[in-house]
Structure formats: structure tokens, C-alpha cells
Design a protein around this ligand. Sequence first.
Ligand code: TRP
Length: 446
Amino acid sequence: MQRGQFSSKFGFIMAAAGAAVGLGNIWGFPTQVASNGGAAFVLAYLALAFFLAYPALMAELIVGRSARANAVKALPSLTDSPILKLGGKAVGIAGLITVAVILSFYAIVAGWMFAYALAPMLDLIGLSQYSQWFKDFSVVRNVMFTTLFMIATILIICGGVNAGIERWSKRLMPALVLILLLLIGYMLTLPGAEEGLKAYLVPDFSKLLDPSLLVSALGQAFFSLSLGVGCMLIYGSYMSSSENIVRVGAWVTLIDVGLAFIAGLLIIPAMYVAQHYGVEIFDQSGQLLNGDTLIFSVLPSLFDQMGQVGIIISLAFFLLMSLAALTSSISLLEVPVSYVVESHKMKRPTASWIIGMLITGLSLIIIFNFELLFGLVIAITTRYSQPILGLFFCIYAGLVWHRDKALTEIKKGDQHAEYSIFWRIWPWYVRFVCPVFIVAMFVHAL
Ligand code: TRP
């Protein structure tokens, strides 16, 4: 079977950045900043994203492009030792399970975005009396929109790499950046914004070494860059060999981290603006109320200030967020689907529907036990599974795989790669520094 491939460098960067940029940036990151000490978290996140997540991203991209296969096949192919082959397979399968669980909660939040995009549409056509229902938290609404979102994801994945993933991502990302910048400009004129800006940008250094803050920031960085589950490995496997993979990876990291930073620049000050207008954000003791739905109370209160225009902006914002969530969710579903298609010879549409529906089932279980499961599932997958599996991807790329083979792969797109700074640092860095730091952070947290 012919493997799909991205058609151009721009297309690849946009698709991989589209996978990376999503709810993690605009919902997850600001929520984490707000609940973990503001600017100190921002600082820890930036450092961990560049110094730990970027090298780990490169490990996945390089291995993926070299093996041209899903993680379950790719990791064992790096070694001749039967035990290490088995270990590689286990890591790949653990990634498949993790990614399925991640998609199951992702679809719930993405469903909220859908619902919030629909509400202003109703306002516009004069049906405001119904729009509130779409904004109120209810099991029926959650079931409906989660399922709708999963169906949309499945339909795109049925189409494969070029038609599906790439075409969508290219158009979306620039529009998203534009609307975020517009909103920031407006928000900064409102009362309360300054205080929020301070909370976002002026760190309290004493919080910086708080072990729980560091583990949260690490999980957030790995979540945002889509690491540890073989997702970026798959995207690497669709990348053409002539690209300069190091540079492409750097672009993806910059775009992803940049967007999270910009989103924080909007949401955190907007929280203080909303508070100024009477929305309850913190409780008496200064703890964040309703972290999971924070942006769904903060942003609408900002849009309300804008009058009629606010309805249009709100529509545009939540529509773009829905689409950004889609370019990420397709990367999540692509992981198990490509595995089943490649390793079990199932047809792509069949695999997409079966796996997609199973994951929808998982989402429904979470929705019906929301208080119990939602936060728990997020914590287990993003705080623990992703960084720990990411550590194994680093070890396989840096220690198990032969160094020369990694170099050969990088050189395909950059003949002088062996003289680059990247090559002087990265091999020993992913071999020792990344694993040691990740382990140390968890030990510190315990
Ligand atoms: N990174 C995406 C976001 O920030 C979500 C995502 C896509 C993801 N693919 C992934 C998370 C793989 C973990 C693993 O919204």
C-alpha cells in the first residue's frame, strides 16, 4: 500500500503545528497558568517546552521518518535485541491506549467549543431564547456535541493524509492567530487587564521550584506538543525525506509554544477583566473556581462587553477553536487508525469508524461520571503517561538506536547536518539529559 505523504514543507509544518495547536494551548495552558501560580508556571512551561519537549519531539519525528511506520512497528525496528524489540512494542501499545483515552476527554471539551459556536449563531438569527441551552452544562448537551465532534473527526480521518489533514490545517492556523491578536488588543483597553497582565508576566520566583508546578508544566508541555504516544512519530513518517527535519521541528515547537503564550496573554488578563465585571473567578481563599470551564465563563463575559460585534467575534472565536480542536483530534485518531490499517490490514474507513466509535463510548462513560472521571483521566494521561512514555521514546531514539542511523536520517534533508549545533548536542541530550530530568522531576514530586 502507498503511504500518504505531506505535499510540501509548508503543508507539513501547518499539519504538524495544527496537531500541536489545539485545546491544549487555548483551554489547557491558560487554565493551568491560572491554577498554578501565574507567571511562575509560564516560565517553567517555556523552559521545559524548549529544553525537554523539543528534543523529545525530534526523537519522534526522526524515528518516524526513518521507519516510515507507526510506533508499534517503528520502535522494535530500531534494534536487533529481542527483549528491546518487545519493550519497544510495549511502549508503542501503551501509547495507543493513552492516545485513545486522551481523545475521549478531548472530544468532550471540543464539543463544548462546538456548542459555544452554535449559541451565537442562534443569537444572530433571532433565536436567543434557545442559545442559553447550548452554553449551560448538561449531560444531554455534552453527549450530543461530543458525539458530533467525534463523527466530524472520523469523517476527516477516513479521507487520509492529504485530502484530510493537510488541507484543513493550512487555512486555519493563520486565522486563529489573527483573531487572538485582535481580541488581545481589545481586551487590553478594558479595566482590570493590567492586573491580569502582571499576574501573567511577573513571576513569583519562590514558586518556581514547587515540584507539583514542575510536573504540571512538564505534562502541559508534552500534551501541547502531542508527545509520548507516537502521534508526532506518525506525522514524521508522512514527512518527505528531503525536508530539513531539525528546522521543521523547531518551527512546530515555536508555533505551538508561541500560540500557547499568546492565548495566555488573552485569557489571563481577560479573567481579571471578567472579575471586574462581576464574574466569580476565584473563591474566598483565592483558589480558582471551575478550572475546567474557566475560559467558557471568562471569554463570553468579554464578548458581552463588545455589544453586537461581540456576537460575531464570539462566533468566529469558537468556530476557529472548534476547527483547531479538529486538526488536533484527527492527529489523535490517526494514531490507532494507522496502526490498525498498517499492522492488521484493515481498510481505512472501517478502522476509522470502529475505533472512533469505541472512543466515543469512552467519552460517554466520562460524561456520565463527570465529577469522578474527567479530572482523573486528564491527570493520569497527561501528567504521568505522556512524560513517562516520552522518556522511553527518547531512550529508544538516543540509546537503543544506532547513532549513525539517526545521523543518516537527518542528513537526507541537510547534507551538513553532522556539523550542526543540533547534532553536537541532541544525541547525548536525548540519551541522558532528557531521561534524567524527567525521572528527577517525578522523584522530586514524590
Ligand atoms: N497537542 C494538542 C493540543 O494542544 C492535542 C494533541 C494532539 C495531543 N495530538 C496529541 C495530545 C497527542 C497528546 C498526544 O490541543
